[in-house]
Design a protein. Sequence first.
Length: 229
Amino acid sequence: MRRMITERGLVVSCQAYEGEPLFGPHHMAEMAKAAVLGGAIGIRANGTADIAAIKAVVNVPVIGLLKRRVGDCPVYITPTLEDACAVHAAGADIVAIDGTRRLRPDGTTIRQVVEELTRLGVCVMADVSTLEEGLHAAELGVQYISTTLSGYTPYSPGTNKPDIELVRCLAQETRLPVVAEGRFTSSEQMIQALNAGAQFVVVGSAITRPQDITERYRKAIEDKVVLNS
Ligand SMILES: CC(=O)N[C@H](C=O)[C@@H](O)[C@H](O)[C@H](O)COP(=O)(O)O
């Protein structure tokens, strides 16, 4: 049985890239278990192996995606219908796809992908970068809109902070659950997003990438303390 996320709260993204120490389904499944122990109401995961491994050990809904770069196509979050079907088949409760209007690597449009996933009964999260993309995805009939790609398209504002303003606008202008995702590094920012209308907040690197967390602490020392004279 596939489950939606209906509560408000924190979803933890458990992702590691090839070459990183925690890459691999075993590590990601253990990370997901730890996140659920801490109170995560859902997990976001990349790749069919990680999704299946995580589904086997947690009982909260899993948002699945498949990051895949094809040539120089900028669409890389579950870029094709086949990728979305693979994510669904791996057990994801919700399938996250690129929610922009950009053509997918196989030349298809978001409309075609969402129409087919809707016909198959797949629950879709559209990862968008602007309000306009969110409104368009909502019109196509997706179930969730996430701010995931804000700052990651050439036409969206690039900052090192979460895009709380986009959360607020999406929450005001659509009737769909809005997901706040991308660059959350503090619980204060999470509260701001929830108060701006997010149904839940997805936090990744700040919880599940130890090398990034360590680097953030180390940089703080460098910025404030003279280490060597
Ligand atoms: C833009 C993109 O490709 N985002 C990906 C989407 O799944 C992941 O790399 C992020 O880690 C995830 O969105 C969570 O964000 P953050 O790690 O900043 O908390």
